[in-house]
Write a protein that binds this ligand. Structure first.
Ligand code: NAD
Length: 479
């Protein structure tokens, strides 16, 4: 093993850069546009809604080799043209998503329209026989929770996946495995935050600032982290209490600009959640990341984890053993290195230890440079100089998995029930803040269950018309 007494951070960066250069020469770098792919190896997909998220997904789809973009759709011409330019495959362009759904070349669709329009587009995509991926939060209203569950049951052979990408992160899978193996002792609490400064600034018409189209911070931000808690705790919550305020951004929006929520889970575990728009500090991970992350607390250890922004920062995590913990009794299975494509550092102390991924493990197949780089990185991790990052963006992992499931008939990790549980939490979180009361999750069973499709269609048409008018005016028009 090399002696690391003299290694500096600069040496490591130099080594990493050299390894990067080797990868580039070997042709491993992603090309600027999606390369031509064999039709029978790939799923032909269309993207509906190519605004902020849709175009972000298209940029990542350039790196996803088992899908091939054949169509894009947006009601705004500039967004449509930009989408076609990003993906570079000369896709068919549609302004009406029903025309895209009628296109026989399209096997799968990726839906990234505003929240209020998720359900109608998802419903029509399933009815058109398409494999369907819809961004979170999958539905907007209680009626849609029931309607989508019923519809999904009528289309059991089609994939229906929701865009909760943490479910596809190796670090989050590792955290889940550590929890399930009892490595954190009894997990009793999760704290989660998504803080921004400033929050969403009014710049023309922004649908997410209005309750007619959006679930506000609960839908746009908290939904990801409530899903993490549901996953870690193994169920949805029993009830939620909370306080929401519109205290800073008094610019015409009607969604809260700060929310504080507490969720009680069936085994008395709690998720304590905060989203504010006046300060972006994240007190986890040594203050190295801003805005969002989760702290999972057990009687034996704590884990700090974040997914990163997927651009300049990637998912990472730190593990803190409780100094006075006596016995970490595994809840199931043997205690030992977790094996979800990753492992954890074994030594303990009060300092956070990084979760390590497979890419950090030293193997006999590694070339000299790679091995040296891994030793150096692990040494630096142990000194707390840098933390291990996920090697593939979970967004690319979730999209690869979607196409793979579409091809093989596989079942998504972020399936319709995960999505509906998450949407239910968003809907009820907003309700508890609006009505200033404790809201039980079983209240959803009766809410919207007697809705009528015709009435729903009429309400949606009105909402959609006001949204489109607002886009044209660049100013909110009342629904
Ligand atoms: N998973 C994540 O981390 C993540 C991140 C950001 C956004 N999102 C989700 O993505 C969705 C879109 O958000 P966004 O930020 O891209 O919004 P956006 O306003 O930037 O983009 C939405 C696009 O949909 C288009 N559109 C609206 N109605 C349409 C219709 N009927 N047919 C075709 N196109 C239509 C609009 O013209 C717009 O270009 C939201 O549900 C949001 O929550 C998810």
């Amino acid at each position: 093993m090399p002696d690391f007494q003299d290694i500096t951070r600069r040496d490591v960066i130099k080594t990493a850069a050299a390894a990067g250069a080797v990868a580039a020469v070997a042709g491993f770098e992603a090309p600027g546009i999606q390369t031509v792919k064999a039709a029978n190896d790939t799923i032909a997909y269309g993207v509906i809604g190519t605004g902020g998220r849709g175009s972000y997904l298209l940029k990542h789809l350039l790196n996803v080799s088992n899908g091939r973009c054949v169509a894009v759709c947006d009601i705004q011409q500039d967004k449509l043209d930009r989408a076609a330019d990003i993906i570079g495959t000369n896709p068919a362009k549609y302004k009406d998503y029903r025309e895209l759904l009628a296109d026989k070349n399209v096997e799968a669709v990726i839906i990234a329209v505003p929240l209020f329009a998720h359900f109608p587009v998802t419903r029509d995509a399933l009815d058109a026989g398409k494999q369907t991926f819809c961004e979170k939060s999958i539905v907007f209203t209680p009626y849609e929770v029931h309607a989508l569950r019923a519809l999904a049951a009528q289309h059991p052979k089609q994939v229906l996946q929701v865009g909760l990408q943490r479910r596809y992160s190796k670090f989050y899978a590792l955290a889940k495995e550590m929890v399930d193996k009892g490595m954190l002792g009894d997990v009793t609490h999760i704290h989660a935050q998504w803080h921004r400064n400033p929050g969403w600034v009014m710049n023309g018409f922004n649908w997410r600032l209005y309750r007619d189209y959006s679930g506000g911070l609960a839908a746009e931000l908290a939904s990801h982290q409530i899903d993490v808690a549901d996953w870690i705790f193994g169920s949805g919550p029993e009830y939620v209490i909370g306080v929401g305020g519109l205290d800073t951004w008094k610019d015409g929006r009607d969604v809260y600009d700060n929310i504080q929520l507490i969720y009680k889970y069936p085994k008395n575990q709690k998720l304590v959640y905060s989203s504010i728009t006046t300060n972006a500090h994240l007190p986890y991970l040594g203050g190295t990341r801003p805005e969002f992350g989760e702290l999972i607390m057990g009687t034996g250890a704590a884990l700090e984890i974040t997914v990163g922004d997927g651009q300049s920062t990637m998912p990472t995590g730190l593990w803190y053993k409780e100094p006075h913990h006596v016995a970490a009794k595994p809840a199931g299975g043997k205690e030992g290195a977790a094996a979800a494509g990753a492992s954890y550092a074994l030594t303990a102390g009060s300092k956070g230890l990084p979760l390590l991924l497979d890419s950090d493990q030293i193997s006999g197949d590694d070339g000299f440079l790679t091995r040296e780089m891994k030793f150096a990185r692990r040494w630096l991790y142990s000194k707390g100089v840098m933390t291990s990052d996920e090697d593939v963006n979970p967004v690319e992992t979730e999209l690869t998995a979607f196409f793979n499931d579409a091809k093989t008939g596989g079942h998504p990790k972020a399936d319709v029930e995960v999505g509906l549980r998450d949407s239910t939490a968003v809907i009820l979180s907003n309700l508890c803040m609006q009505e200033e009361r404790r809201v039980y999750f079983n209240e959803i069973d009766k809410m919207g269950a007697d809705g009528k499709p015709d009435q729903y269609a009429a309400d949606f048409a009105k909402r959609d018309a006001s949204y489109r008018q607002s886009l044209a005016n660049k100013k909110k028009v009342n629904a």
